[in-house]
Design a protein around this ligand. Structure first.
Ligand code: ZN
Length: 123
């Protein structure tokens, strides 16, 4: 079994309208996200020989999402999530990427340098 991971970052604002503390206020983060793919077979031939997936393809998938929904957006608006917590955002990114990345198994969101959330749906 191989597990590969691509990390990327984006700047975005959000607010948690139901929170009973400071997260109810509009604020922003330098978010880090990781997309994690797992599989048991490597390509045997061609340009991807001995690869599970090309990191460049993971980057492309992440960049598309950043351009359209994440980087320099207000996440409450751009994702349609009422309360875009790390947990909700990790699941949202997973659901957006999964159709084109069948080997995707988990998404990690780091909202701050000390706060990290992993979404890994049960199979
Ligand atoms: Zn926040």
């Amino acid at each position: 079994m191989w597990k590969i991971e691509k990390r990327f970052r984006f700047e975005a604002s959000h607010r948690l309208p139901h929170h009973d503390g400071k997260c109810a206020r509009l604020h922003g983060h330098s978010w880090h996200a990781s997309i994690i793919c797992e599989g048991q077979t490597l390509a045997e031939h061609g340009p991807k020989q001995a690869m599970l997936l090309d990191y460049a393809d993971l980057s492309k998938a992440a960049e598309n999402l950043c351009d359209k929904y994440l980087d320099h957006y207000h996440l409450n608006d751009s994702t349609g999530l009422e309360s875009p917590t790390s947990e909700a955002l990790a699941r949202w990114i997973y659901d957006m990427l999964k159709p084109n990345l069948p080997l995707l198994t988990a998404v990690v969101i780091e909202e701050t340098c000390s706060s990290r959330c992993e979404y890994r749906p049960n199979k």
